[in-house]
Design a protein around this ligand. Structure first.
Ligand SMILES: Nc1ncnc2c1ncn2[C@@H]1O[C@H](COP(=O)(O)OP(=O)(O)OP(=O)(O)O)[C@@H](O)[C@H]1O
Length: 316
């Protein structure tokens, strides 16, 4: 069997802070493992603080994991310095704020062309390649955009420039961290469609990070649901949305209404009163189904059905 394009193995990240009297630590990501296959779109979904961006930063080596590792084509990032050095041409990130991502003092031509010269060591005039890249992301006619400055573009056009810049490095994987959350809904859909289009045309694989299950379903083949730094459920998008198992996934679905989904029985959510507990199931204080066992024992991630994983005592 061929190796997955990207593999996260038991990734952990602990952040430490030194207070006045003692050192405290906080485990932002716990034992996260998954694979990404060539051409696949994988969504990582969860609420704010669930550890999604920390995973993205570990995948792109912006942040080293405390334990565990990431492999590309079977080569571990931790053990391979050459791979770490060539990583920018292999995996690229897109962030949510296209306004912050573009230097206001440079033209679009410079912004998209500069990485070609630096990373790809291309000599000569990058203009023809920049025009080609702008056309690929739908900024046409490209001649009308190349000499403009970021402030002259709309939010959606700026995000397209960010994508053109990233595409110039011909990555195999794009990690998009909430790429549409700062855009109007219809513009966001255009950007999602562009990314899906590029997956086909440029043979890309995508990791979409989002708090919105609707966007995840629209874009992804597979969804991972995160809660308090752990994967609590994962599976093929349609199946996971049609038949969510983990109580947290059900809660997330309730809070992102989807006109195509049949309404399941509403679940009484319990408002969070503090941080997730450190022992037992981390969702138990918000879970209407919690039992004594959930306080005593952390559930393991089990696979009750091929390809469907869930971390909940109810499904053991
Ligand atoms: N450099 C850091 N130092 C200390 N704690 C951090 C650091 N970076 C992130 N954290 C903490 O780790 C947890 C996970 O953060 P992360 O940004 O990965 O969550 P997220 O799911 O991406 O949330 P959001 O959607 O708000 O970006 C949060 O509680 C955050 O406060």
């Amino acid at each position: 069997m061929s190796k997955p394009l990207l593999q996260a193995n038991e990734l952990n990240k602990t952040f430490g802070s030194r207070g006045l009297f003692r050192k405290t630590s906080f485990q932002a990501v716990r034992d996260v493992s998954f694979t990404l296959e060539q051409g696949e779109v994988l969504a990582i979904v969860g609420e704010s603080g669930s550890g999604k961006s920390t995973i993205a930063r570990m995948l792109t080596h912006l942040l080293p994991p405390t334990a565990g590792n990431v492999s590309y084509n079977g080569e571990s990032l931790r053990d391979n310095k050459a791979l770490r050095r060539s990583l920018p041409t292999f995996v690229q990130m897109i962030f949510q704020d296209p306004f912050a991502a573009l230097n206001p003092h440079h033209t679009i031509g410079y912004i998209v062309g500069r990485p070609l010269q630096v990373q790809k060591r291309r000599k000569g005039d990058p203009r023809p390649r920049v025009l080609e890249l702008l056309t690929k992301v739908g900024l046409t006619p490209a001649e009308d955009f190349i000499d403009k400055y970021p402030y002259q573009l709309s939010g959606g056009q700026k995000q397209r420039v960010v994508i053109a810049k990233v595409l110039g490095l011909s990555p195999s994987v794009i990690v998009a961290d909430e790429p549409t959350s700062m855009l109007d809904v219809s513009i966001g859909v255009d950007i999602m469609n562009l990314l899906l289009d590029l997956r086909e045309r440029e043979r890309l694989s995508l990791i979409l990070i989002t708090h919105n299950l609707g966007s995840a379903r629209y874009m992804a083949d597979r969804i991972l649901v995160m809660y308090a730094g752990q994967i609590v459920e994962s599976g093929p998008s349609e199946e996971l949305i049609r038949e969510p198992r983990h109580p947290y996934t059900r809660l997330l679905l309730q809070s992102s209404p989807d006109p195509w989904r049949e309404e399941a029985d509403a679940m009484e959510a319990i408002e969070p009163t503090g941080p997730p507990p450190q022992t037992g199931c981390s969702f138990r204080l918000r879970c209407p189904f919690a039992s004594d066992r959930c306080a005593a024992e952390s559930p393991a991630l089990k696979e009750p059905e091929t390809g469907r994983f869930v971390r909940c005592h109810l499904f053991e």
